[in-house]
Design a protein around this ligand. Structure first.
Ligand code: SF4
Ligand code: SF4
Ligand code: FES
Length: 244
């Protein structure tokens, strides 16, 4: 379908993947505005030309992680991606995130992504009761620094979409779940860090990562799942040596 309308204002051509199968695109024309984001463009298409277009967003300020899509071939958070940074000859192509089943248009099913968080051992079990004083973890503690460096994940799924190993091996836990496992492993309030390490290491866990860093390059909040996964690998070897 071609919804391009002639106009005197400079126009941006937007190709959006539609439906629930790969390969069907509709083309729209929207006015080129200063500082517009990719999410602004999708919203404008939905509000003015294609009311049935499905997509997700919530906060619009880079906090909730719900707006991620593939833009000109790369996974990105669309509410913080300016059109001027990604357009190619006045065209942007918008598709759903890779590596997750598609529901419709730009909406993917993230159940498997979050299921893997559980499989990676990411359930916090505290040692304190509600009657205990708050845990005093020094900001200078080495473990706290390691956890803090990886904690600001917004669950956007961009790293998961950028990971080739996820494409090849559907069982691979993926960068976000393993990044979270690393924070929990280093959380000094957690009752069973050995359980986290065991779950994050077994099967298609951290040892399946090839360490080439695509997740790290694409993470919109500059986390390094690659570094976290390397930490899990190191810790699992140390744990084996200690047992040995
Ligand atoms: S470094 Fe590991 S987790 Fe990150 S994209 Fe590559 S294989 Fe995936
Ligand atoms: S690690 Fe980064 S890219 Fe991956 S889900 Fe978290 S915020 Fe998104
Ligand atoms: S809409 Fe919340 S991060 Fe983009």
């Amino acid at each position: 379908m071609d919804n391009t309308k002639p106009t005197n204002q400079r126009q941006l051509q937007v190709r959006i993947s539609r439906g629930s199968e790969d390969g069907t695109f509709s083309t729209y024309s929207v006015p080129w505005r200063e500082n517009q984001t990719v999410l602004d463009v999708v919203t404008e298409v939905q509000r003015t030309q294609e009311p049935s277009l499905s997509y997700r967003f919530a906060c619009r300020v880079g906090v909730c992680g719900s707006c991620a899509m593939t833009v000109n071939g790369k996974p990105r958070w669309t509410c913080r991606t300016h059109v001027s940074r990604v357009e190619e000859d006045g065209v942007i192509v918008i598709e759903p995130l890779r590596n997750m089943p598609r529901i419709k248009d730009l909406v993917v099913d993230m159940r498997e992504f979050f299921e893997k968080w559980k499989r990676a051992g990411n359930t916090f079990v505290g040692t304190a009761t509600r009657n205990d004083p708050p845990a005093m973890i020094s900001p200078q503690s080495k473990k706290r620094k390691l956890a803090d460096a990886a904690i600001e994940c917004i669950n956007c799924g961009v790293c998961y979409a950028a990971c080739d190993v996820v494409s090849w091996d559907k069982e691979y836990l993926g960068p976000a779940a393993l990044n979270r496992a690393w924070t929990l492993f280093n959380d000094e309030r957690h009752a069973d860090p050995k359980d986290v390490l065991s779950k994050a290491t077994s099967g298609s866990g951290c040892n399946s990562c090839h360490s080439q860093g695509s997740c790290m390059q694409h993470c919109p909040v500059s986390l390094s799942p690659t570094g976290s996964i390397a930490g899990l690998k190191r810790s699992s070897i140390l744990s084996l040596l200690r047992r040995g």
